[in-house]
Design a protein around this ligand. Structure first.
Ligand SMILES: Nc1ncnc2c1ncn2[C@@H]1O[C@H](COP(=O)(O)OP(=O)(O)OP(=O)(O)O)[C@@H](O)[C@H]1O
Ligand SMILES: [Mg+2]
Length: 297
């Protein structure tokens, strides 16, 4: 569904250049539900905005389904955003129109592509648990309820790919669990591919795979040990899955790109005082990276 190879995004202003993504690699399979974690400023929203067609990549390769997002025309981009991808923004203000009811909000994207399907809009609101609130205006709903309206809106045009930027950023644990449960159902029952960006490691236990971004590069990948575990229920309420939790549920891998490059964690390099070169041996089973000989003993 998603392929990024050496994806680069540079933000340029008058005299400043910010390299937000510096050659990122990412592959997401059709039907996968995965999360991207990383510190503030690591490039998560930048990546999601590019995948959502809201921002243009600077260089590299990036495709979603049949669409090449580097070569796509403005005209094609409009239909890409309308038909292929659903987006939930980091800030709710961008998702919602406050003076309309929940139902009208969900119908809005349908209206823009002239395919209003009221029955489906109602069904979506029912799915996110807002059957009884669909005629309420947005300001009459709580933050968590508004966030669920945002999910219903993002699904209005039956996208194949759902991109969610911090969808549980401003809600409590119970609402966060509810939202993750909705995502899992959409993923399993409708087969929608879901990419969730989050700071929150407790969410990581509820997806199949977690990819960590550091400084605009994908660095580490965690794959669920037993993919048959049915997460949302069996992995508990998530409250107990702390920073170490990701390791108990997921197997950790370092990402190796197509030409064989990998990123060695800074802490390992520092511990071994490796700066600009290292020696590498292959013993038939393992690859051993050590400080250059001159530094040893
Ligand atoms: N429009 C922009 N112009 C210039 N620089 C930008 C722009 N948008 C983002 N950046 C910079 O690019 C880098 C990555 O930003 P991004 O928003 O992708 O981070 P993030 O991982 O989503 O962070 P957070 O977790 O805080 O949301 C940051 O250094 C940020 O300051
Ligand atoms: Mg962000």
């Amino acid at each position: 569904m998603i392929t990024c190879e050496g994806l680069v995004k540079i933000y340029k202003s008058d005299d400043l250049e910010v390299v937000a993504l510096q050659g990122l690699n990412l592959h997401v399979r059709d039907g996968e539900m995965m999360a991207i974690i990383g510190n503030s400023g690591s490039g998560k929203s930048t990546l999601l905005n590019i995948l959502g067609g809201l921002d243009r990549p600077s260089a590299g390769q990036v495709s979603v389904g049949p669409w090449d997002l580097l070569k796509i025309t403005e005209e094609q981009l409009v239909s890409y955003k309308r038909d292929t991808v659903g987006f939930i923004w980091q800030s709710n203000a961008r998702n919602l129109l406050p003076y309309l009811t929940a139902l009208e909000n969900v119908e809005m994207p349908m209206m823009l592509s002239s395919k209003v399907d009221r029955a489906y809009a109602k069904q979506l609101l029912e799915w996110v648990g807002l059957k009884d609130r669909m005629y309420n205006k947005l300001h009459q709903l709580s933050g968590g309820e508004q966030q669920r309206v945002a999910i219903a809106i993002s699904l209005a045009n039956r996208p194949k790919l759902l991109l969610a930027d911090e969808p549980t950023g401003s809600v409590d644990t119970a609402t966060s669990d509810l939202i993750m449960g909705i995502f899992r159902r959409l993923n399993q029952e409708l087969g929608i591919t879901i990419v969730i960006v989050t700071h929150d490691l407790t969410l990581a236990g509820k997806v199949d795979r977690v990819v960590a971004i550091r400084d605009g590069l994908t660095s580490t990948e965690f794959v669920k040990r037993n993919p048959n575990l049915d997460d949302v229920q069996q992995l508990g309420d998530g409250a107990g899955v702390g920073a170490g939790g990701i390791h108990s549920i997921h197997e950790e891998y370092v990402v190796v790109d197509r030409v064989g490059r990998l990123q060695i964690p800074k802490a390992y390099l520092t511990a071994l005082q490796i700066t600009d070169r290292a020696s590498m041996e292959f013993d038939g089973e393992r690859i051993i990276i050590s400080p250059p000989k001159s530094l040893e003993g």
